[in-house]
Design a protein around this ligand. Structure first.
Ligand code: HEC
Ligand code: HEC
Ligand code: HEC
Ligand code: HEC
Length: 177
């Protein structure tokens, strides 16, 4: 009896405690340190990419027409069926959204790198292992991340060619790649 209760507590509460605590700080916060040419201007590269416009896209007539044709009762910009690939944070508890976080920023830094409240500090960021331990997501195989959204569930799916697409959004720290 006791061990069963213990198991329940472990299974239910430990994961919530471990995985739900990082909160979203927003692109502006990341951009404070990631916008100089010297460090690779990740902010500028992202701003010039379609990812930064992914929410705006849902505000268009074209988007609403697709939503309607799919039988959705809400506008594209209010439908979880569309938001799930076009923004971050729409389905997250408000307590986990920082003041500077904006869903309107679309597919943003934290969509791919994870919520940053605990890794954004300079001393942590400079140490890759510490950053990862505090929630930073990096990818050995970036393609696996991309195809979570770039797939046939997308109403406007274009064949996803990793090298070609990555070339349009890559944002290295130095000019090394
Ligand atoms: C206080 C400044 C600061 C803030 C804020 C900050 N970073 Fe960083 N970040 C750094 C520094 C410094 C590095 C170390 C790499 C370097 O030399 O530029 C780094 C490295 C990284 C790396 C590469 C890690 C690696 O080792 O490959 C990623 C990815 C990253 N940051 C993402 C983010 C994201 C996403 C945010 C916002 C949630 C963010 N950073 C906020 C300063 C910052
Ligand atoms: C969370 C979902 C999501 C992930 C993950 C994602 N994307 Fe996207 N991507 C989108 C959406 C949504 C758009 C369309 C934005 C728009 O046009 O409004 C897009 C657009 C693009 C475009 C522009 C395509 C065009 O036709 O001009 C490129 C390039 C791209 N993504 C590359 C990538 C790469 C490379 C990865 C992986 C490293 C990736 N994306 C991961 C959602 C995602
Ligand atoms: C599985 C992820 C996914 C879902 C779900 C999704 N999208 Fe997208 N959307 C994308 C990606 C990725 C692109 C970029 C096109 C590409 O390269 O495949 C995109 C592009 C678009 C575009 C721009 C097309 C263009 O070429 O002008 C519109 C409009 C759009 N989506 C509307 C919607 C609407 C409306 C919904 C909900 C009914 C929706 N999307 C659901 C991933 C998704
Ligand atoms: C569509 C997903 C996506 C978005 C959006 C995105 N990144 Fe990345 N980022 C990646 C991937 C994939 C890599 C390369 C593989 C890795 O190290 O994880 C990367 C690498 C980096 C690196 C390390 C580059 C290096 O040379 O080692 C930094 C720093 C970084 N991103 C910061 C940011 C910041 C800041 C933003 C927002 C302004 C951002 N990223 C937005 C997916 C993304």
């Amino acid at each position: 009896m006791r061990s069963k209760l213990f198991l329940t507590i472990t299974l239910v509460f430990v994961p919530v405690f471990l995985f739900a605590q990082h909160s979203y700080v927003g692109v502006k916060t990341c951009g404070m340190c990631h916008r100089s040419e010297k460090s690779g201007n990740q902010l500028g590269i992202w701003k010039n990419s379609q990812h930064s416009k992914a929410f705006e896209t849902l505000l268009t007539e074209k988007a609403d027409k697709v939503a309607k044709d799919k039988g959705l009762k809400t506008k594209a910009s209010e439908s979880p069926e569309c938001l799930k690939c076009h923004v971050t944070g729409y389905n997250v508890d408000a307590s986990l959204l920082g003041k500077k976080f904006k869903m309107e920023d679309g597919v943003q830094c934290e969509t791919c790198h994870g919520p940053g409240s605990d890794y954004k500090k300079k001393s942590i960021m400079e140490d890759k292992d510490k950053a990862i331990a505090n929630g930073l997501l990096l990818y050995k195989k970036p393609e696996e991340l991309c195809i979570k959204c770039h797939n046939e569930e997308s109403p406007f799916y274009k064949e996803f060619k990793f090298t070609e697409f990555w070339d349009k959004i890559k944002h290295p720290i130095s000019a090394k790649n």
